[in-house]
Write a protein that binds this ligand. Sequence first.
Ligand code: ATP
Ligand code: SF4
Length: 347
Amino acid sequence: MRDTTVDTEQTHAEGVLDSTVEPSSDVKPILEVRNLHVSYDTVRGPIQAVRGLSFQLMPNEVLGLAGESGSGKSTLALALLRMIKSPGRIVEGEVLLDGRDLLSLSEREMRHVRLADIAMVAQGAMNSLNPVMRIRDQIIDAWTDHGIRYGRQESEERVADLLRWVGLRPDVARLYPHELSGGMKQRVVIAIAISLRPRVIIADEPTSALDVVVQRQIISTLRRVQTDLQAAVILIGHDIGLMAQSVQKLGIMYAGKVAEMSPVYEMFDEPMHPYTRMLIDSLPSPDQKGQLRGIPGITPSLLDPPPGCAFNDRCPYALERCTTEIPALEEKRPNRMVACHLFTEGQ
Ligand code: ATP
Ligand code: SF4
């Protein structure tokens, strides 16, 4: 394995939370999701993977989405880009990019949006690089797919710039994926994702299968390109310790819905939703490092979700109405969105 990583991360690793977004009534969301429902049709009925999800992503904001396996994170990421494949389908909702509903675009228009406006670092993408193509050609392919062609010299220069941008040496361009480490492959995937300077980047588990040091470097690279591009990022993952250090706002997903979405410091300081609280309490070490291991009990079936709050059979604070009424995600304190009846009961 060749070491062709440029050592840029040390300088950027510190202060990853530099670009905090101050809420302002003048700033409009770059991405707004309204009442999104996504199902997978199976012989046993539809699996309701995303159930009426709504949230806003502000320009330059870094939003984390965490949740146990099966809570709908990847389904949401794919749905935002209309990349849900059969038997999955978007049942209803709106995905507004700068006010334009992506769900109403033609497939041709949507192809342009992918990469040019919203880029995806998909789960396991580094293992999907074409094994028989040099890195250079895979990066150029992304432009060509969007009808962009540069001369040979300009292409070489652009590829070199992109590789440097993600912390790789330009000579990585002539290598094949098997000649790269996992971290280097993930940087190549990020280089492809940012090649058309998107305004939104969705990264689904970008650090899974990488060791802890490389995980932090990859997050740091993502944060650096995000700052350079002034892009907004949705970072999806299991490791809420890593998330806490990497995002400004964190959404906790449970059974296809958001249980709580809050600025990360406030959430860790004082979790409001009982599920958030139990997750944070269950973190293995006091400095809150480690994988999201979950809490006792199992998540409900999404084939036949319970009528009230989906968390009611695991919740120590459940009220009578929790078994019949779905709690709405509402702003219970400034900037703190919580879906729980406790806060309407004044407790
Ligand atoms: P993980 O963290 O394990 O990636 P996740 O939170 O991303 O999980 P999803 O992969 O979005 O969750 O899955 C949400 C629900 O949809 C789960 O119940 C899952 O079993 C179901 N699901 C996902 N893909 C399919 C599919 N192709 N066919 C049927 N059901 C699916
Ligand atoms: Fe617990 Fe009820 Fe709140 Fe759900 S709505 S988290 S069951 S108290």
